[in-house]
Design a protein around this ligand. Structure first.
Ligand SMILES: C[S@@+](CC[C@H](N)C(=O)[O-])C[C@H]1O[C@@H](n2cnc3c(N)ncnc32)[C@H](O)[C@@H]1O
Length: 280
């Protein structure tokens, strides 16, 4: 495996966080499906295209584009060995032979120059500790005129699902608001700042389209609570609470999830950017 620059992220994603995602892969893949469909649509992947998927996780977006790109080759990269194993198993189960997965840090991995027509990422390009270096590295990997298409979270205030979880678990605390542009879910949330980083790295026509789609946390309140309880945000917000406070915070979370039950499952508003650009 090549060098890892994002050591803390690698420890999380190649550790407990990646384990939890792998165990809940079906739930994550169901939760994200409405947003993914938009990403795949704008990526413009057609037969014969060579595609790179950054932070592919268990590989739902990788597999979806691999079906469209065949016989073109698709490479999914991620920091989590366990998520990649799951991605390989799922690809084999779908009979895909044009996709492969590698455990690399996309910020620094020496991808072959201009080897890809399209780079996509579904919420996997927000965790770089040096965004300028990372996007310059991705720009190197795309041929001139090639496409970049990514999903990333807009800011916390726009994301009902995150606000609802935080409010339910605040337990009297004033929780800090993670800054846009930092390493984490809001790494590309400020569109002006992110456009400057992506444009400065060698991409042109950088565009941000707001995508508001509900995400499904579970088919019903019980399923949603079981899934939410495994999420990093829920673990993080409850780990320092005493037993009694944690129990009442989780009871509140369960009630909030039940309030959002609809005929189509437990749904919350989610606000993402669909970011597109072209290699200059
Ligand atoms: C929020 S998950 C998204 C996973 C998947 N694309 C999805 O939409 O379900 C973020 C993923 O990005 C990966 N990731 C974060 N930083 C990375 C980096 N520097 N290089 C490669 N993968 C990275 C993580 O390991 C994790 O699997």
């Amino acid at each position: 495996m090549s060098t890892i620059a994002n050591v803390e992220m690698a420890a999380a994603w190649d550790g407990e966080e990646g384990d939890r995602w792998t165990e809940q892969a079906d739930r994550y893949e169901a939760a994200g499906r409405r947003l993914w469909a938009r990403l795949v649509e704008v990526s413009g992947v057609t037969a014969g295209r060579r595609v790179l998927d950054i932070g592919c996780g268990t590989g739902k977006s990788t597999r979806d584009v691999a079906h469209l790109a065949a016989p073109g080759a698709v490479l999914g990269v991620d920091l989590s060995a366990r998520m990649l194993d799951e991605a390989r198993a799922r690809s084999a189960a779908e009979g895909l032979t044009n996709v492969r997965f590698e455990r690399v840090d996309a910020q620094v991995h020496p991808f072959e120059e201009a080897a890809f027509d399209v780079v996509i990422s579904s919420f996997g390009a927000m965790f770089f500790n040096d965004r300028a270096a990372a996007f310059a590295n991705l720009a190197r990997a795309v041929r001139s005129g090639g496409t970049l298409a990514m999903l990333a979270w807009r800011e916390l205030a726009d994301n009902e699902w995150l606000l609802a979880i935080r409010d339910a678990l605040a337990a009297g605390r004033t929780l800090p608001v993670p800054p846009a542009g930092g390493v984490g879910p809001f790494g590309l949330a400020d569109s002006d700042d992110a456009a400057a980083v992506i444009g400065g790295a060698g991409f042109t026509d950088v565009a941000f389209t707001a995508v508001d789609h509900p995400i499904e946390i579970g088919a019903d309140a019980d399923a949603a609570f079981a899934f939410a309880s495994t999420m990093g945000i829920v673990k993080g917000l409850t780990q320092d609470l005493d037993e009694e406070t944690r129990a009442s915070a989780l009871t509140r979370l369960r009630a909030v999830l039940a309030d959002h039950q609809t005929g189509e499952g437990v749904l919350f508003g989610a606000a993402a950017w669909l970011i597109t650009a072209r290699r200059a």
